[in-house]
Design a protein around this ligand. Structure first.
Ligand SMILES: Nc1nc2c(ncn2[C@@H]2O[C@H](COP(=O)(O)OP(=O)(O)O)[C@@H](O)[C@H]2O)c(=O)[nH]1
Ligand SMILES: [Mg+2]
Length: 488
């Protein structure tokens, strides 16, 4: 069966480094490929398709530009305290590993110091200068997204950061072009840093059977799932799930605010959300909560519950993510949209979070399925945090794609904190994501879940699914099971 599928693959589809195009609409349905296990070894064919990551130093810039930047203020950067969080006791990242990553990306890491004479005026600096968080604004972004990143930057500076001047860290799987760095740094008076990702943080890990992953992408594409055929999208989601907080440029920070190209901010923020988080014992925050596409995360819930059971976790927030508050079996698909996040880096660097990420990573399902970093972060919050450690920034007006949060009905309290220019939803084709995830969030009363609940949830998985989860140890076996499942 495996050979049959492979020979068809090479006759009827076109594969490039980022996707798959089915050339024949009569292409037979390929069995569902939702399960993955660490024991799987890449096949010969799979390994030959591996696109090894080599930083593309020709991506729009010459080595001369890179080594002799026109802007004399550029210096290479990497803090001497890097690796501080991953001390000798960490079972996950050794100091040695961190310094290897530092050495690897150092030539492509650039820092532009804060420059208060350029670009936006430096106004309204907080009256309490002592109250600064060890925080950075972070964005993973491609060179090709310069204009969209600039639009975000202008909006973000205008509404918040021209007053607070938190530094920016821009990350990329390719070296940033000189144009990108010059343009971005000219539009903020804050310090800006530009970094390359270490190979380990981006590339497909060795245990992934790439043929299997490709078959899965084909099948998801046939179902019309967004980003189904994109390998780079999966790499991005895996990076944002388990690596961003390990980047050498972020080691000096405790907090981050994630931004993306082409988003808008609508409200003047007159307080520092990092300080708010710090002083109110908040760990994670969001502005938009919506439902995930089920086909991208088929087994994420089951693995998460199995993780909770294996680790004997008492949770109080996980039941927010169930379809009937913990008594049922299924994930309600709600997640906090991670294109906006203000959160604690220490949380992500904790052994707990790391062990959950690694557990998921070893399933291979960032590639065999298409786990988004948003549901992964959200379910991690469900596993490890209480509701009062997660904050809904209702007063931060924000748009990503066509979904917005903007405080329309302004309470006196919100009015005092912010001034918003919310867009006209109908005119601009925008919508709010209030129901049901946000409504549920507001009403959510913490409920404990323990092993009894996790066992019941796993017991209630359908018979076939249960027999495939956690037990199937090879690609061949998995494919046989999946063929079978496709028929029932
Ligand atoms: N450097 C780099 N950034 C990427 C890549 N793919 C996505 N991103 C960034 O990752 C974030 C999420 O990607 P996006 O395309 O916006 O996904 P969506 O928000 O889920 O539709 C954005 O900040 C993108 O700029 C990639 O291949 N390379
Ligand atoms: Mg986006």
């Amino acid at each position: 069966m495996g050979l049959f599928a492979l020979s068809i693959t090479f006759q009827l589809i076109e594969i490039d480094s980022d996707g798959i195009r089915v050339l024949d609409s009569n292409f037979p349905i390929i069995p569902k490929i939702p399960l993955g296990f660490a024991k799987v070894q890449p096949t010969g064919i799979g390994s030959s398709l591996k696109d090894d990551h080599q930083p593309n130093i020709n991506s729009g810039l010459t080595s001369g530009q890179l080594l002799n930047p026109t802007n004399a203020t550029i210096t290479t950067t990497l803090g001497s305290n890097s690796g501080g969080y991953w001390d000798a006791t960490s079972p996950y990242v050794s100091k040695h590993q961190m310094s290897q990553w530092e050495d690897e990306v150092k030539p492509w890491s650039k820092k532009f110091p804060a420059n208060r004479t350029t670009a936006m005026a430096y106004r309204d600096i907080p009256k309490e200068p002592g109250k600064r968080a060890k925080a950075a604004i972070i964005a993973l972004v491609r060179n090709s997204e310069l204009q969209d990143m600039l639009n975000t930057l202008k909006s973000f500076e205008g509404k918040f950061n021209s007053r607070y001047n938190y530094p920016y860290v821009f990350l990329n799987d390719e070296p940033f072009t000189q144009e990108f760095m010059d343009t971005i740094s000219a539009h903020t008076s804050s310090e800006t840093m530009f970094g390359l990702l270490p190979k380990d943080h981006w590339e497909v890990p060795k245990w992934i059977d790439q043929t299997e992953a490709q078959l899965s992408r084909i099948q998801m594409a046939k179902k019309g799932v967004i980003y189904a055929s994109s390998l780079s999208y999966r790499k991005m989601c895996r990076f944002n799930s388990g690596f961003f907080y390990k980047h050498p440029l972020l080691q000096e920070f405790d907090w981050y605010w994630r931004i993306e190209p082409d988003v808008d901010f609508y409200c003047d923020l007159k307080y520092d959300p990092f300080i708010y988080m710090q002083e109110n014992n908040k760990i994670y925050s969001f502005v938009i909560a919506i439902k995930e596409i089920r086909n991208t995360i088929n087994n994420l819930w089951a693995y998460t519950i199995k993780y909770a059971l294996d680790n004997n976790l008492n949770t109080t927030l996980l039941s927010y993510f169930t379809n009937d508050r913990g008594r049922g079996n299924d994930y309600n698909l709600c997640h906090f949209w991670s294109n906006f996040e203000i959160a604690s880096l220490k949380f992500f660097r904790s052994d707990q979070y790391e062990s959950y990420f690694q557990y998921l990573d070893k399933t291979g399902n960032f590639f065999y399925e298409r786990y988004g970093d948003a549901p992964v972060h959200s379910l991690a919050a469900g596993l490890f945090l209480d509701k009062d450690q997660v904050h809904f920034f209702e007063d931060i007006g924000y748009r990503h794609s066509n979904i917005i949060n903007c405080p329309e009905v302004k309470t006196d309290e919100l009015k005092a904190k912010s001034t918003c220019q919310c867009p006209n939803l109908d005119e601009e084709g925008l919508r709010r994501a209030e129901w049901p995830c946000l409504g549920d969030w507001k009403e959510y009363e913490p409920r404990n879940m323990t092993n009894t609940d996790y066992r019941r949830i796993l017991d209630n998985l359908s018979g076939h699914k249960k027999s495939t989860l956690f037990e199937v140890g090879s690609v061949g076996e998995r494919r046989r099971y999946l063929n079978y499942l496709n028929l029932v």
